[in-house]
Write a protein that binds this ligand. Sequence first.
Ligand code: HEM
Length: 479
Amino acid sequence: MMDYYYYYFFLTLLSLSTVTFFLFRTTTGRKNRLPPGNVGLPLIGETLQLISAYKTENPEPFIDSRVARYGSLFTTHVFGERTVFCTDPETNRFILQNEGRLFESSYPGSIFNLVGKHSLLFMRGPLHRRMHSLTMSFANSTIIKDHLLVDIDRLVRLNLHSWTGRILLLEEAKKITFELTLKQLLSIDPCEWTENLRKMYMRVIEGFFSIPIPIFSVTYRRALQARRRVAEALSLVVKERRKEREMGMKKNDMLAALFDSDGGGGGGVGFSDDEIVDFLVSLLVAGYDTTSTTMTLAVKFLTDTPVALAHLKEEHDEIRTKKVASVTLEWEDYKSMPFTQCVINETLRVSNIIGGVFRRAMTDVDIKGYTIPRGSKVFTSLRAVHLDQDNFKDARVFNPWRWQKTSDSTNFMPFGGGPRRCPGYELARVALSVFLHHLVTRFSWEPAEEDKLVFFPTTRTQKRYPIILQHRSNVAETM
Ligand code: HEM
Protein backbone atom coordinates (compact mmCIF):
# COMPACT_ATOMS: atom_id res chain seq x y z
CA MET A 1 0.00 0.00 0.00
CA MET A 2 2.78 2.43 0.99
CA ASP A 3 4.63 1.64 -2.26
CA TYR A 4 1.52 2.60 -4.17
CA TYR A 5 1.57 5.98 -2.48
CA TYR A 6 5.21 6.44 -3.25
CA TYR A 7 4.42 5.85 -6.90
CA TYR A 8 2.03 8.81 -6.95
CA PHE A 9 4.36 10.75 -4.75
CA PHE A 10 7.19 10.40 -7.23
CA LEU A 11 4.96 11.25 -10.15
CA THR A 12 4.17 14.51 -8.40
CA LEU A 13 7.81 15.06 -7.65
CA LEU A 14 8.83 14.53 -11.25
CA SER A 15 7.07 17.64 -12.38
CA LEU A 16 7.94 19.72 -9.32
CA SER A 17 11.60 18.90 -9.37
CA THR A 18 12.39 19.25 -13.06
CA VAL A 19 12.92 22.98 -12.79
CA THR A 20 15.02 22.86 -9.61
CA PHE A 21 17.11 20.00 -10.93
CA PHE A 22 18.20 21.76 -14.09
CA LEU A 23 18.61 25.02 -12.24
CA PHE A 24 20.94 23.29 -9.84
CA ARG A 25 22.85 21.59 -12.62
CA THR A 26 23.65 24.96 -14.11
CA THR A 27 24.40 26.89 -10.93
CA THR A 28 26.25 24.39 -8.79
CA GLY A 29 30.03 24.37 -8.52
CA ARG A 30 32.35 27.29 -9.01
CA LYS A 31 29.97 30.23 -9.22
CA ASN A 32 27.91 29.71 -6.06
CA ARG A 33 30.32 27.30 -4.40
CA LEU A 34 27.58 25.07 -3.07
CA PRO A 35 28.81 22.26 -0.83
CA PRO A 36 29.84 19.38 -3.09
CA GLY A 37 27.61 16.40 -3.62
CA ASN A 38 25.61 14.39 -6.07
CA VAL A 39 22.07 15.16 -7.10
CA GLY A 40 21.52 11.57 -8.14
CA LEU A 41 19.04 10.53 -10.78
CA PRO A 42 17.31 13.18 -12.81
CA LEU A 43 14.17 14.42 -11.07
CA ILE A 44 13.97 12.07 -8.11
CA GLY A 45 17.52 12.75 -7.02
CA GLU A 46 18.70 10.45 -4.24
CA THR A 47 15.29 10.03 -2.60
CA LEU A 48 15.10 6.31 -3.25
CA GLN A 49 18.54 5.70 -1.75
CA LEU A 50 17.57 7.71 1.33
CA ILE A 51 14.26 5.90 1.80
CA SER A 52 15.75 2.46 1.35
CA ALA A 53 18.54 3.24 3.85
CA TYR A 54 16.15 4.63 6.46
CA LYS A 55 13.79 1.67 6.13
CA THR A 56 16.53 -0.57 7.54
CA GLU A 57 18.01 -0.94 10.99
CA ASN A 58 21.22 0.71 9.85
CA PRO A 59 20.57 3.89 7.84
CA GLU A 60 24.00 5.34 8.64
CA PRO A 61 25.73 4.45 5.33
CA PHE A 62 23.56 7.03 3.50
CA ILE A 63 25.21 9.88 5.37
CA ASP A 64 28.54 8.17 6.19
CA SER A 65 29.41 7.48 2.56
CA ARG A 66 28.64 11.05 1.49
CA VAL A 67 30.55 12.58 4.40
CA ALA A 68 33.55 10.39 3.52
CA ARG A 69 33.37 11.55 -0.07
CA TYR A 70 32.40 15.21 0.19
CA GLY A 71 32.91 16.29 3.80
CA SER A 72 30.55 17.23 6.62
CA LEU A 73 28.53 19.57 4.38
CA PHE A 74 27.21 17.99 1.24
CA THR A 75 24.50 18.61 -1.31
CA THR A 76 21.96 16.05 -2.41
CA HIS A 77 18.49 16.10 -3.92
CA VAL A 78 15.72 14.50 -1.87
CA PHE A 79 11.92 14.73 -1.71
CA GLY A 80 11.76 16.91 -4.77
CA GLU A 81 14.31 19.48 -3.73
CA ARG A 82 18.01 20.14 -3.72
CA THR A 83 19.04 19.94 -0.07
CA VAL A 84 22.25 20.74 1.77
CA PHE A 85 22.93 18.20 4.53
CA CYS A 86 24.87 19.45 7.55
CA THR A 87 26.44 16.85 9.78
CA ASP A 88 28.82 18.70 12.06
CA PRO A 89 27.79 20.18 15.41
CA GLU A 90 29.10 23.74 14.85
CA THR A 91 27.30 24.21 11.56
CA ASN A 92 24.11 22.73 12.97
CA ARG A 93 24.24 25.08 15.95
CA PHE A 94 24.95 28.03 13.67
CA ILE A 95 21.93 27.20 11.50
CA LEU A 96 19.54 26.60 14.39
CA GLN A 97 20.64 29.69 16.29
CA ASN A 98 20.15 31.86 13.23
CA GLU A 99 16.47 30.99 12.95
CA GLY A 100 14.57 34.04 11.72
CA ARG A 101 17.76 35.82 10.62
CA LEU A 102 19.50 33.58 8.08
CA PHE A 103 17.29 30.51 8.11
CA GLU A 104 13.67 29.71 8.79
CA SER A 105 11.94 26.46 9.62
CA SER A 106 10.49 24.60 6.70
CA TYR A 107 7.87 21.85 6.92
CA PRO A 108 6.26 19.89 4.09
CA GLY A 109 2.90 21.17 2.79
CA SER A 110 1.11 18.07 4.12
CA ILE A 111 1.96 19.10 7.67
CA PHE A 112 0.87 22.71 7.13
CA ASN A 113 -2.69 21.67 6.21
CA LEU A 114 -2.99 19.08 8.94
CA VAL A 115 -1.52 21.01 11.84
CA GLY A 116 -3.02 24.35 10.90
CA LYS A 117 -1.59 27.70 9.92
CA HIS A 118 -1.83 29.18 13.43
CA SER A 119 0.34 26.50 14.98
CA LEU A 120 3.60 27.30 16.75
CA LEU A 121 5.47 25.33 14.07
CA PHE A 122 4.49 27.90 11.43
CA MET A 123 4.63 31.09 13.47
CA ARG A 124 7.44 33.51 12.72
CA GLY A 125 9.11 36.54 14.24
CA PRO A 126 7.90 38.23 17.44
CA LEU A 127 4.67 36.20 17.58
CA HIS A 128 6.70 32.98 17.47
CA ARG A 129 9.02 34.19 20.21
CA ARG A 130 6.13 35.13 22.45
CA MET A 131 4.19 31.92 21.91
CA HIS A 132 7.29 29.77 22.21
CA SER A 133 8.00 31.29 25.60
CA LEU A 134 4.34 30.93 26.61
CA THR A 135 4.61 27.21 25.80
CA MET A 136 7.85 26.96 27.75
CA SER A 137 6.24 28.67 30.70
CA PHE A 138 3.67 25.89 30.69
CA ALA A 139 6.21 23.11 30.66
CA ASN A 140 9.04 24.44 32.81
CA SER A 141 10.43 22.81 35.96
CA THR A 142 8.42 24.95 38.38
CA ILE A 143 5.09 24.20 36.72
CA ILE A 144 5.95 20.51 36.45
CA LYS A 145 7.06 20.38 40.07
CA ASP A 146 4.09 22.29 41.51
CA HIS A 147 1.39 21.21 39.18
CA LEU A 148 1.98 18.65 36.42
CA LEU A 149 4.01 15.95 38.17
CA VAL A 150 1.10 14.79 40.26
CA ASP A 151 -1.01 14.22 37.11
CA ILE A 152 1.82 12.58 35.20
CA ASP A 153 2.39 10.19 38.09
CA ARG A 154 -1.31 9.42 38.52
CA LEU A 155 -2.01 8.87 34.83
CA VAL A 156 1.05 6.65 34.32
CA ARG A 157 0.03 4.52 37.32
CA LEU A 158 -3.56 4.35 36.11
CA ASN A 159 -2.46 3.06 32.71
CA LEU A 160 0.06 0.54 34.02
CA HIS A 161 -2.49 -0.80 36.47
CA SER A 162 -4.46 -2.38 33.63
CA TRP A 163 -1.43 -3.89 31.88
CA THR A 164 -1.21 -7.63 31.86
CA GLY A 165 0.29 -10.39 29.70
CA ARG A 166 1.19 -9.42 26.14
CA ILE A 167 1.08 -5.75 25.18
CA LEU A 168 2.23 -3.63 22.27
CA LEU A 169 4.39 -1.23 24.19
CA LEU A 170 4.41 1.54 21.58
CA GLU A 171 0.59 1.60 21.45
CA GLU A 172 0.30 1.74 25.23
CA ALA A 173 2.94 4.45 25.48
CA LYS A 174 1.05 6.52 22.89
CA LYS A 175 -2.12 6.25 24.93
CA ILE A 176 -0.25 7.48 28.00
CA THR A 177 1.35 10.47 26.29
CA PHE A 178 -1.92 11.51 24.64
CA GLU A 179 -3.69 11.47 27.98
CA LEU A 180 -0.86 13.41 29.64
CA THR A 181 -0.93 16.08 26.94
CA LEU A 182 -4.72 16.52 27.09
CA LYS A 183 -4.55 16.89 30.83
CA GLN A 184 -1.81 19.49 30.55
CA LEU A 185 -3.52 21.42 27.77
CA LEU A 186 -7.17 21.23 28.77
CA SER A 187 -7.40 19.69 32.27
CA ILE A 188 -9.37 16.79 30.83
CA ASP A 189 -8.97 13.37 32.43
CA PRO A 190 -9.02 10.15 30.34
CA CYS A 191 -12.55 9.17 29.32
CA GLU A 192 -14.46 7.98 26.26
CA TRP A 193 -14.18 11.47 24.72
CA THR A 194 -10.37 11.51 25.00
CA GLU A 195 -10.08 8.00 23.53
CA ASN A 196 -12.33 8.93 20.57
CA LEU A 197 -10.31 12.08 20.03
CA ARG A 198 -7.12 10.01 20.05
CA LYS A 199 -8.47 7.67 17.38
CA MET A 200 -9.36 10.60 15.11
CA TYR A 201 -6.07 12.22 15.85
CA MET A 202 -4.14 9.08 14.83
CA ARG A 203 -5.70 9.41 11.39
CA VAL A 204 -4.42 12.97 11.22
CA ILE A 205 -0.89 11.76 11.99
CA GLU A 206 -1.10 9.11 9.25
CA GLY A 207 -1.65 11.94 6.77
CA PHE A 208 1.75 13.46 7.59
CA PHE A 209 3.46 10.74 5.63
CA SER A 210 1.19 10.63 2.61
CA ILE A 211 1.12 12.65 -0.59
CA PRO A 212 -0.51 15.99 0.28
CA ILE A 213 -2.85 15.88 -2.70
CA PRO A 214 -6.35 14.65 -1.73
CA ILE A 215 -7.14 13.38 -5.24
CA PHE A 216 -4.15 11.01 -5.14
CA SER A 217 -4.15 9.82 -1.57
CA VAL A 218 -6.99 8.24 0.40
CA THR A 219 -4.84 8.53 3.54
CA TYR A 220 -4.44 12.26 3.06
CA ARG A 221 -8.15 12.75 2.37
CA ARG A 222 -9.02 10.80 5.50
CA ALA A 223 -6.46 12.76 7.49
CA LEU A 224 -8.01 16.08 6.40
CA GLN A 225 -11.47 14.85 7.41
CA ALA A 226 -10.12 13.67 10.75
CA ARG A 227 -8.40 17.05 11.21
CA ARG A 228 -11.75 18.79 10.77
CA ARG A 229 -13.38 16.50 13.33
CA VAL A 230 -10.53 16.98 15.83
CA ALA A 231 -10.87 20.76 15.33
CA GLU A 232 -14.65 20.59 15.89
CA ALA A 233 -14.22 18.57 19.08
CA LEU A 234 -11.57 20.94 20.42
CA SER A 235 -13.62 24.02 19.41
CA LEU A 236 -16.51 22.82 21.56
CA VAL A 237 -14.19 22.53 24.55
CA VAL A 238 -12.75 25.99 23.87
CA LYS A 239 -16.27 27.52 23.65
CA GLU A 240 -17.38 25.80 26.83
CA ARG A 241 -14.30 26.99 28.66
CA ARG A 242 -14.82 30.57 27.45
CA LYS A 243 -18.29 30.49 29.00
CA GLU A 244 -16.91 29.11 32.27
CA ARG A 245 -14.27 31.82 32.26
CA GLU A 246 -16.89 34.52 31.84
CA MET A 247 -18.58 33.07 34.91
CA GLY A 248 -15.32 33.49 36.83
CA MET A 249 -14.21 29.85 36.75
CA LYS A 250 -10.51 29.52 36.04
CA LYS A 251 -8.34 26.47 35.43
CA ASN A 252 -4.59 26.27 35.54
CA ASP A 253 -3.72 24.85 32.14
CA MET A 254 -2.43 25.76 28.70
CA LEU A 255 -5.87 26.78 27.46
CA ALA A 256 -6.26 29.26 30.31
CA ALA A 257 -2.84 30.71 29.44
CA LEU A 258 -3.96 31.08 25.80
CA PHE A 259 -7.14 32.89 26.88
CA ASP A 260 -5.03 35.25 28.98
CA SER A 261 -2.58 35.88 26.16
CA ASP A 262 -2.73 39.06 24.12
CA GLY A 263 -3.28 37.22 20.81
CA GLY A 264 -1.53 37.56 17.50
CA GLY A 265 -2.58 41.05 16.55
CA GLY A 266 -1.73 42.78 19.85
CA GLY A 267 -4.05 45.37 21.36
CA GLY A 268 -5.48 42.96 23.92
CA VAL A 269 -7.86 41.33 21.43
CA GLY A 270 -6.83 37.79 22.31
CA PHE A 271 -6.69 34.69 20.14
CA SER A 272 -9.72 33.50 18.19
CA ASP A 273 -11.05 29.98 18.76
CA ASP A 274 -9.56 28.82 15.43
CA GLU A 275 -6.13 30.13 16.39
CA ILE A 276 -6.33 28.41 19.76
CA VAL A 277 -7.39 25.11 18.18
CA ASP A 278 -4.46 25.17 15.72
CA PHE A 279 -2.13 25.93 18.58
CA LEU A 280 -3.46 23.03 20.66
CA VAL A 281 -3.23 20.63 17.71
CA SER A 282 0.42 21.54 17.18
CA LEU A 283 1.25 20.79 20.82
CA LEU A 284 -0.55 17.46 20.59
CA VAL A 285 1.44 16.64 17.47
CA ALA A 286 4.80 17.68 18.86
CA GLY A 287 4.67 15.77 22.12
CA TYR A 288 2.80 12.60 21.19
CA ASP A 289 4.92 10.42 18.91
CA THR A 290 8.21 11.78 20.21
CA THR A 291 7.72 10.97 23.89
CA SER A 292 5.92 7.66 23.36
CA THR A 293 8.55 6.38 20.92
CA THR A 294 11.33 7.39 23.30
CA MET A 295 9.57 5.48 26.11
CA THR A 296 9.38 2.39 23.91
CA LEU A 297 12.95 2.59 22.67
CA ALA A 298 14.33 3.13 26.16
CA VAL A 299 12.66 -0.14 27.16
CA LYS A 300 14.00 -1.89 24.06
CA PHE A 301 17.58 -0.72 24.64
CA LEU A 302 17.36 -1.67 28.32
CA THR A 303 16.01 -5.12 27.44
CA ASP A 304 18.90 -5.59 25.01
CA THR A 305 21.37 -4.39 27.70
CA PRO A 306 20.50 -6.36 30.87
CA VAL A 307 23.28 -4.79 32.99
CA ALA A 308 21.81 -1.35 32.36
CA LEU A 309 18.32 -2.61 33.20
CA ALA A 310 19.58 -4.12 36.47
CA HIS A 311 21.27 -0.82 37.37
CA LEU A 312 18.09 1.11 36.62
CA LYS A 313 15.92 -1.27 38.68
CA GLU A 314 18.27 -0.86 41.61
CA GLU A 315 17.89 2.92 41.45
CA HIS A 316 14.09 2.74 41.37
CA ASP A 317 13.70 -0.04 43.93
CA GLU A 318 15.70 2.10 46.32
CA ILE A 319 13.35 5.06 45.78
CA ARG A 320 10.33 2.80 46.24
CA THR A 321 11.72 1.23 49.41
CA LYS A 322 12.12 4.66 50.99
CA LYS A 323 8.55 5.61 50.14
CA VAL A 324 6.78 3.19 52.41
CA ALA A 325 3.77 5.33 53.16
CA SER A 326 3.24 7.16 49.87
CA VAL A 327 2.78 5.80 46.38
CA THR A 328 3.03 9.17 44.67
CA LEU A 329 6.32 10.22 43.17
CA GLU A 330 7.47 13.63 44.29
CA TRP A 331 9.90 16.13 42.83
CA GLU A 332 12.67 14.98 45.20
CA ASP A 333 12.17 11.41 43.93
CA TYR A 334 12.50 12.61 40.35
CA LYS A 335 15.65 14.45 41.32
CA SER A 336 17.16 11.28 42.78
CA MET A 337 17.22 9.34 39.53
CA PRO A 338 20.70 10.07 38.14
CA PHE A 339 21.09 6.81 36.25
CA THR A 340 17.60 7.21 34.75
CA GLN A 341 18.74 10.52 33.27
CA CYS A 342 21.74 8.72 31.76
CA VAL A 343 19.39 6.14 30.22
CA ILE A 344 17.14 8.87 28.80
CA ASN A 345 20.09 10.80 27.33
CA GLU A 346 21.52 7.68 25.80
CA THR A 347 18.16 6.61 24.34
CA LEU A 348 17.72 10.06 22.80
CA ARG A 349 21.28 10.01 21.47
CA VAL A 350 21.17 6.55 19.91
CA SER A 351 17.63 6.56 18.56
CA ASN A 352 17.24 10.20 17.50
CA ILE A 353 13.47 10.32 17.36
CA ILE A 354 13.83 13.61 15.50
CA GLY A 355 16.75 12.70 13.25
CA GLY A 356 17.20 16.26 12.08
CA VAL A 357 15.30 19.39 11.16
CA PHE A 358 14.73 21.19 7.88
CA ARG A 359 15.43 24.86 7.38
CA ARG A 360 15.36 27.21 4.39
CA ALA A 361 18.03 29.85 3.74
CA MET A 362 16.45 33.32 3.88
CA THR A 363 19.44 34.87 2.12
CA ASP A 364 22.73 33.69 0.59
CA VAL A 365 24.65 32.26 3.55
CA ASP A 366 28.40 31.67 3.63
CA ILE A 367 29.40 28.66 5.68
CA LYS A 368 32.78 26.93 5.76
CA GLY A 369 33.91 28.35 2.46
CA TYR A 370 30.67 27.49 0.64
CA THR A 371 27.62 29.56 -0.18
CA ILE A 372 24.16 28.24 0.48
CA PRO A 373 21.97 30.24 -1.90
CA ARG A 374 18.83 31.99 -0.72
CA GLY A 375 15.80 29.70 -0.81
CA SER A 376 17.85 26.50 -0.48
CA LYS A 377 16.63 23.72 1.72
CA VAL A 378 18.99 22.70 4.49
CA PHE A 379 18.85 19.60 6.68
CA THR A 380 20.65 19.78 10.02
CA SER A 381 21.24 16.14 10.87
CA LEU A 382 21.18 15.74 14.64
CA ARG A 383 21.52 12.01 14.12
CA ALA A 384 24.80 12.30 12.22
CA VAL A 385 26.33 14.34 15.06
CA HIS A 386 25.10 11.96 17.77
CA LEU A 387 26.43 8.90 15.99
CA ASP A 388 29.79 10.32 14.97
CA GLN A 389 32.78 8.64 16.65
CA ASP A 390 34.55 12.04 16.77
CA ASN A 391 31.84 13.35 19.07
CA PHE A 392 31.05 10.27 21.15
CA LYS A 393 33.39 7.35 21.85
CA ASP A 394 31.93 4.08 20.51
CA ALA A 395 29.12 6.27 19.26
CA ARG A 396 26.98 3.47 17.89
CA VAL A 397 26.80 1.51 21.12
CA PHE A 398 24.09 2.07 23.76
CA ASN A 399 26.12 2.95 26.83
CA PRO A 400 24.19 5.00 29.43
CA TRP A 401 27.23 5.08 31.74
CA ARG A 402 28.97 7.53 29.35
CA TRP A 403 26.68 10.24 30.78
CA GLN A 404 28.09 9.70 34.27
CA LYS A 405 31.33 11.20 33.00
CA THR A 406 29.94 14.01 30.89
CA SER A 407 26.89 15.98 31.96
CA ASP A 408 27.16 18.70 29.38
CA SER A 409 27.86 17.91 25.80
CA THR A 410 27.65 20.67 23.26
CA ASN A 411 27.32 17.95 20.64
CA PHE A 412 24.12 16.62 22.14
CA MET A 413 21.02 18.27 20.72
CA PRO A 414 18.09 15.81 20.75
CA PHE A 415 15.69 18.71 21.36
CA GLY A 416 17.15 20.93 18.65
CA GLY A 417 18.55 24.37 19.41
CA GLY A 418 18.07 28.10 19.01
CA PRO A 419 14.69 29.86 19.17
CA ARG A 420 12.83 26.71 18.11
CA ARG A 421 14.42 24.45 20.70
CA CYS A 422 11.77 22.03 21.96
CA PRO A 423 9.70 23.77 24.66
CA GLY A 424 8.59 20.35 25.95
CA TYR A 425 12.07 18.99 26.74
CA GLU A 426 11.72 19.04 30.52
CA LEU A 427 8.20 17.69 30.40
CA ALA A 428 9.31 14.82 28.18
CA ARG A 429 12.15 13.98 30.60
CA VAL A 430 9.82 13.92 33.59
CA ALA A 431 7.21 11.80 31.79
CA LEU A 432 9.93 9.35 30.71
CA SER A 433 11.39 9.13 34.22
CA VAL A 434 8.02 8.56 35.89
CA PHE A 435 7.11 5.97 33.27
CA LEU A 436 10.39 4.07 33.73
CA HIS A 437 10.00 4.20 37.50
CA HIS A 438 6.59 2.57 37.54
CA LEU A 439 7.45 0.12 34.80
CA VAL A 440 10.59 -1.32 36.38
CA THR A 441 9.28 -1.37 39.94
CA ARG A 442 6.06 -3.08 38.94
CA PHE A 443 6.97 -5.43 36.10
CA SER A 444 9.60 -7.61 34.59
CA TRP A 445 9.17 -8.44 30.91
CA GLU A 446 10.58 -10.16 27.87
CA PRO A 447 10.15 -9.44 24.17
CA ALA A 448 7.21 -11.42 22.76
CA GLU A 449 8.91 -11.63 19.36
CA GLU A 450 11.85 -10.26 17.42
CA ASP A 451 11.35 -6.62 16.57
CA LYS A 452 13.68 -4.17 14.91
CA LEU A 453 14.17 -0.45 14.61
CA VAL A 454 13.35 1.38 11.40
CA PHE A 455 13.71 5.06 10.63
CA PHE A 456 11.34 5.83 7.76
CA PRO A 457 8.85 7.49 7.67
CA THR A 458 9.48 7.86 11.41
CA THR A 459 11.75 6.26 13.98
CA ARG A 460 9.97 3.32 15.62
CA THR A 461 10.13 -0.43 16.01
CA GLN A 462 8.55 -2.31 13.15
CA LYS A 463 6.09 -4.33 15.27
CA ARG A 464 5.36 -1.69 17.92
CA TYR A 465 7.50 -3.66 20.37
CA PRO A 466 5.36 -6.54 21.69
CA ILE A 467 6.42 -7.63 25.17
CA ILE A 468 5.13 -10.13 27.74
CA LEU A 469 4.80 -8.69 31.23
CA GLN A 470 5.04 -10.33 34.60
CA HIS A 471 4.20 -8.63 37.88
CA ARG A 472 7.16 -8.36 40.21
CA SER A 473 6.23 -9.79 43.58
CA ASN A 474 8.97 -8.29 45.72
CA VAL A 475 8.10 -4.63 45.31
CA ALA A 476 5.13 -2.84 46.84
CA GLU A 477 2.16 -2.27 44.52
CA THR A 478 2.05 1.37 43.51
CA MET A 479 -1.58 1.89 42.60
C1 HEM B 1 11.42 12.88 23.68
C2 HEM B 1 10.54 13.78 23.35
C3 HEM B 1 10.77 14.95 22.44
C4 HEM B 1 11.75 15.17 21.50
C5 HEM B 1 12.92 14.26 21.13
C6 HEM B 1 11.47 16.46 20.89
C7 HEM B 1 12.28 17.04 19.93
C8 HEM B 1 12.02 18.28 19.37
C9 HEM B 1 12.89 18.94 18.41
C10 HEM B 1 14.20 18.40 17.87
C11 HEM B 1 12.32 20.13 18.11
C12 HEM B 1 12.89 21.22 17.21
C13 HEM B 1 12.20 21.33 15.88
C14 HEM B 1 12.82 22.41 15.01
O1 HEM B 1 13.84 22.97 15.35
O2 HEM B 1 12.26 22.66 13.95
C15 HEM B 1 11.07 20.21 18.83
C16 HEM B 1 10.17 21.25 18.74
C17 HEM B 1 8.99 21.30 19.43
N1 HEM B 1 8.57 20.46 20.44
FE1 HEM B 1 9.50 18.78 21.03
N2 HEM B 1 10.33 16.98 21.46
C18 HEM B 1 9.88 16.10 22.42
C19 HEM B 1 8.78 16.27 23.24
C20 HEM B 1 7.93 17.34 23.23
C21 HEM B 1 6.82 17.54 24.13
C22 HEM B 1 6.41 16.61 25.28
C23 HEM B 1 6.20 18.69 23.75
C24 HEM B 1 4.98 19.29 24.41
C25 HEM B 1 4.92 20.47 24.88
C26 HEM B 1 6.94 19.23 22.62
C27 HEM B 1 6.63 20.38 21.94
C28 HEM B 1 7.37 20.91 20.91
C29 HEM B 1 6.95 22.09 20.14
C30 HEM B 1 5.65 22.87 20.33
C31 HEM B 1 7.97 22.32 19.21
C32 HEM B 1 8.02 23.44 18.16
C33 HEM B 1 8.79 24.60 18.71
C34 HEM B 1 8.89 25.75 17.74
O3 HEM B 1 8.77 25.55 16.51
O4 HEM B 1 9.09 26.85 18.22
N3 HEM B 1 7.98 18.38 22.34
N4 HEM B 1 10.92 19.08 19.61
